[in-house]
Design a protein around this ligand. Sequence first.
Ligand code: ADP
Ligand code: MG
Length: 684
Amino acid sequence: MTEITPLFSYTTCLKDVHHISSKECELLEKSGFLTVRDLLFYLPKRYEDRRRFDEFGALGQQKPVCLHVNVIDARTKFAGAKRRYTEVLVEEKGMVKTRFSCIWFNMPMIGKMLCAGHELVLFGTAKKFGKNLCMLHPDFEVVKDDAYHSIHLERIVPVYGGRLGISIRRLREIIWGIFEKLDFSPESDVYEFVPEQTQKEALNLLHFPDSMEQAASMKRRFALEECLGIQLNVGIRRRMVQAKHGFKTASKTALLKDLSEILPFELTAGQKQCIKEIFDDMRSPHVMNRLLQGDVGSGKTLVALCAMLLCVEHGFSSMMMAPTQILAEQHYQQFLRLLTPLGINVSLYTGDKRLDSHVGFKSDPRIIVGTHALLYAKDIEDQVGLVVIDEQHKFGVNQRASLIDRGELCPDVLVMTATPIPRTLTLTVYGDLDVSLLEQMPSGRGEMTTFVRPYSAMKKVVSFVKSQIDEGRQIYVVSPMIEGESKARSVAEDLAYWQKALPKYAVGLLHGKMSSEDKDQVMRDFKANNIQILVSTTVVEVGVDVPNSTVMIINDAERFGLAQLHQLRGRIGRGEHPSYCILVTASDEESEEWAKLKILEETRNGFDLAEKDLQIRGPGDVLGTSQSGLKDVSFGDWIGDIRLIQRAQFLANKILDEDPQLSSKKYRSLRSLLQGDCQKAVIN
Ligand code: ADP
Ligand code: MG
């Protein structure tokens, strides 16, 4: 009788997998891989098509190629006193036997590993080294003529990314071996949303595809699965909000008419449209949960103010939360100016109690402007009909939730952001919100031009700045941080620099560690043009409004993301004069950083920038991981794929319509995809 070894399932422990040695098992466990499932979800970083190798001739193309070579010679050499490099001379197998060198700096291990006669698969990009083309630090694998040969050659092979202490080659064998003994029947606790093919079959093809197309299609399948998880969260949140009773405001708009009589300008058509969408929500018994998206300077504040007025007119208070003290104060001042003639009370509520005017919250309906402090303001509990969150991207999802969660009657919520969010992300991270777009800019704005400049051009920059100030304009200088780590220019240095360069003009300093009294004073001086050059950190990023400033100089610009740079430059170009954003960078003209900054020269549209930013940095960085909830995304490519997201949304809604609690046997496993708040909601 032959012994039947049981097949592996997802839950099989790696230590029970015979072809993994105990040493390897230990290493895997250290990296968090305990079960077969853990390892099978360790995804290939890329693939190499080893059925047909590239030719060295193709190396000139500046893109990575995959080559099959023999080692002719390997030696470690010295370059200067301390630097060592290993040079491995190789010869291509195949028809054209080109010889070239592979070079590794300070990795003498490689010199010991490789010697003449070895056969290698190389993956890398050609670079000029001295006069010759060679490969710098290529990935490589020694080809062995053993029983596992067929796993590594003459097929498409997966290449894994991490450093687990196990060679990629060996890892590939381990994973291959698991698939050989895997029980492919569906697991009872996995929701199979592609009925024709089980998740395990799909995983097998993801690791060992027959074609690059198949690899792509499997990636797509898992991306859809991952996306489904996100859409389930979104769907559940949306349902939670819909289940709440909201305020229903009357349709009176007398206050609005009064306001429009005071305003020095007409609302733009875009503003009117957004106001209409918001009012429709507010007048319905449902809770409003809306995102107002508009580029910097598009005039969102007024749209919000109109909504707040409607709320007050109906007899409820309304509050606006801003991300910084400066911004809260600015809104407060503006609202005071506009609303005092209308007889409406405005209050400020921040962490800085000296400035606050938080008296009489319980008396008349009023407009309350504040910072995070509002989150903890117990005394304005239940009379708030509308919550506006300015610059939503500065807050986390949870903060939004805690502002809104005010008991039985849920306030309407309007969140605003000037970070243009690519539509695909709106559907995911903000999928529980309806969206209003403010695309049109108020008229009468001067042109803005953006330049990228090296530090060596500072002299010219200074004389340009001087000419602008001579014409009466004002200047922002922004630096990445307060006190420099070794390399970063600190604002203090900048202050000294500009004071010395333009001694006739007043240079002011603004950063987050100053007391809000001092900050306020500096901002007031800048607004009054008592200060011509304002040197600051990114505290000027959001919302600050001084239309007379026409130049913004951003130091070490490469340290910022595109979206943030775009936000920053939104501080200028607010008046009638042409304006100039100068991105100063220490990176050289050939570098990726320089190319990234160039995008800002060419693109003024925030949405286009956001798409590009997303491609460059990934969703976590664009939105800040804390609030994106996307930090664990593994198939991140889908982030730009609107059709995939729509499909996932459709599936999620279908599932939730059928089984809102995900309590049936079929869908129960999906609960593991839910984030805390949603999990709580379905289990209750
Ligand atoms: P953001 O959308 O970046 O928050 P703001 O609301 O701060 O923009 O508006 C920027 C500037 O545009 C402010 O000075 C504001 O008074 C002005 N503004 C708003 N709406 C209009 C309009 N319809 N016409 C002219 N200027 C406007
Ligand atoms: Mg604003």
